[in-house]
Design a protein around this ligand. Structure first.
Ligand SMILES: [Zn+2]
Ligand SMILES: [Zn+2]
Length: 270
């Protein structure tokens, strides 16, 4: 049985809608056995992340103590390629949200459709394959640089591409770039997040990563964990049932989640 848990959540201390306390209360009501907060950490390229790591950590620990014995609360961080941490966390999600275009601009990958279109047009001269190479190349670099426990939203570059709006995701050249990077980051230990955040926002009908990448990850013996990239407590479990179905179809026999006790990660049979 797959127990309910979520490793990828944001609160008002970064760009989320709800307080840490409210999210934990709702998570408890939804029957989660564990919950991880993963605020956006500080970054060298802008001031997007949480203002004070100490304040964030103290609040998560305070709420964790409130729920001790009922639901395990973990202190995590979502660390961008440009991110850094000044305190230790229980776990870290690693992510790529920015690409350096040929125009010298540091473009946001997932901010808005307009920003994405500008990045493709002005940053990469309309060459989607060049953009994909830059993105996946940076995902590999991020894993080497940050050594995250979990790789977040692996193919975030597809966020605004539902229906192949900007580029063809089934193009063998694109798929080769995406799968090659996936092979490079699979070390048998690192978890790949199955992220339903874009479903929660009505942006996509499928989780990240897409099916071919998930199937390849399974062939490589990789492990997966669910996250909803939750910015709204009501969507803590958004898309999870469908994601579990997708994992079964991809041949996975188990899924990992944040632990209920001392162990950071635990495995549930699918
Ligand atoms: Zn992210
Ligand atoms: Zn996130």
């Amino acid at each position: 049985m797959v127990k309910r848990s979520n490793c990828h959540t944001h609160s008002v201390l970064c760009d989320g809608k709800d307080t840490i306390g409210h999210m934990a209360r709702r998570a408890r009501e939804f029957g989660l056995v564990s919950l991880g907060f993963s605020g956006h950490g500080p970054q060298t390229n802008n001031s997007f992340g949480i203002r004070s790591e100490a304040e964030y950590a103290a609040e998560v620990r305070r709420v964790a103590a409130e729920h001790a014995g009922g639901m395990k609360v973990w202190l995590g961080i979502e660390q961008d390629y440009f991110g850094y941490c000044t305190i230790p966390y229980d776990y870290r999600l690693g992510a790529v949200h920015y690409l350096d275009g040929r125009d010298g601009v540091n473009h946001a990958v997932d901010h808005s459709e307009e920003c994405f279109e500008r990045m493709l047009r002005e940053g990469f001269g309309g060459d989607a394959l060049a953009m994909a190479r830059a993105y996946y190349g940076r995902v590999v670099e991020m894993c080497e640089k940050i050594r995250p426990d979990i790789v977040a939203h692996y193919d975030l570059i597809c966020k605004f591409n539902e229906g192949n709006r900007f580029f063809d995701e089934s193009d063998p050249a694109y798929m080769a770039v995406s799968l090659e990077a996936l092979e490079a980051i699979c070390d048998g230990n690192r978890l790949l997040e199955v992220n339903t955040g874009a479903i929660a926002r009505g942006r996509r009908t499928r989780p990240y990563p897409d099916f071919p990448q998930l199937a390849r990850w399974r062939e490589l013996g990789g492990r997966v964990i669910l996250g909803s990239d939750c910015h709204d407590a009501e969507k803590l479990l958004c898309g999870f049932d469908g994601a579990l179905e997708t994992l079964r179809r991809a041949g996975f026999r188990s899924v990992w989640r944040l632990g209920e006790g001392e162990a950071l990660f635990e495995e549930d049979a699918l």
